[in-house]
Design a binder for this molecule. Structure first.
Ligand code: XMP
Length: 328
């Protein structure tokens, strides 16, 4: 039996470990009842929602959950490895790791329009996932990390529900959506109670098309690597300096543009890295926080010396509006 899509008035907000544990207990029971001895498929991106759904299902049905992690080459540094380490090695999940990096990057080669890039990434993801699902014959259930704001927003017509639809109808799955009545903060509370690492539960929002929209214009492997490496340095420095969890979202962009510089006493002609850091409540508007100049200088020194192909670092000072948070 699937739950209704309406959160009952009487449902208490999950604000403590005890309430999260109670939710887990009830859901484990409900999941076992819904799927019995059948297998359940889950696209595990490593994001908060799908990770919490995976952990809940592992608790409820163990090896009958089959996770598929598609590495499309647009994930942040260390993310695919963390998914494998946490879910396969530590939680003992049945995890299929699909290395689809070449497939995605080949399809994206030469494509510079942001919406076309998004469309290609979304479509290719569904194709890869559907192929994996077809190989695993006879799976009837599909788990999804749908959360309550997804349901509310798709009802209001604000955005297409990113978790629903997309998969070919002939796959004919029955949906398993154990966190669909929860708000994000509740999903996090449940994730902590399930023992997921804090870095996974409290991570900043990350767009579905991943680093692909931060390697602006037509994506090339070398520039994508510059995005990934500079992003890793920025995240490491923000964490070291107590900004993790304080600044809402921060990342780097590497535009398809070069400028003159000097490296090792020679003329260099290389990309700039742009730092974007914003605070917001709902991502509809955003402000730019004041950052320590010393820290920015230190990050600049690290990025220009450690990231191949980069000779400048810029800081985006634009609030939203006029600038959106992402550059594409
Ligand atoms: P913008 O750039 O519109 O971003 O100010 C607002 C928030 O949405 C995220 N974002 C996306 N998330 N798919 C996603 O799942 C996308 O295509 C996408 N584009 C932007 C962005 O990171 C920010 O948190």
């Amino acid at each position: 039996m699937q739950q209704s899509d309406v959160r009952p008035q009487s449902m208490e907000r999950i604000t403590s470990k005890a309430l999260a544990e109670r939710f887990i207990e009830v859901q484990v029971e409900a999941l076992r009842k819904q799927v019995g001895d059948s297998k359940v498929l889950l696209a595990l991106s490593g994001g908060v929602d799908s990770s919490v759904v995976a952990a809940l299902l592992i608790k409820a049905i163990g090896k009958n959950l089959v996770c598929v992690h598609v590495n499309h080459g647009l994930l942040r540094k260390g993310e695919p490895e963390q998914v494998v380490k946490v879910f396969r090695d530590e939680m003992g999940a049945e995890l299929i790791y699909v290395d689809a990096v070449d497939r995605f990057l080949d399809k994206l080669a030469g494509v510079s329009d942001p919406e076309r890039k998004r469309h290609i990434i979304g479509k290719e993801f569904i194709d890869v996932f559907a192929e994996e699902a077809a190989k695993l014959k006879g799976i009837k259930f599909l788990a999804q990390g749908t959360i309550y704001p997804d349901i509310l927003e798709s009802k209001d017509g604000i955005k297409a529900h990113h978790n629903v639809g997309g998969l070919p109808p002939e796959l004919n799955f029955e949906l398993v959506e154990p966190v669909k009545l929860l708000y994000k903060d509740e999903v996090r509370e449940v994730g902590v109670a399930l023992g997921l690492p804090a870095g996974m539960v409290y991570r900043q929002p990350f767009p579905g098309p991943g680093l692909g929209v931060r390697c602006t214009g037509a994506i090339t492997r070398d520039r994508l690597e510059a995005v990934r490496e500079s992003d890793a340095i920025l995240r490491e420095e923000f964490a070291k300096n107590g900004l993790e969890g304080k600044v809402w979202q921060y990342f780097t962009i590497v535009p398809d543009y070069k400028s003159t510089g000097i490296k090792d006493g020679k003329r260099s002609y290389e990309w700039p890295v742009i730092i974007r850091a914003v605070n917001t409540r709902d991502a509809v508007t955003a402000t730019v926080p004041a950052l320590s100049f010393e820290l920015l200088q230190h990050i600049t020194a690290r990025i220009t010396s450690e990231v191949k192909g980069v000779n400048r670092v810029l800081l985006d000072l634009s609030p939203k509006p006029t600038g959106t948070i992402e550059w594409e």
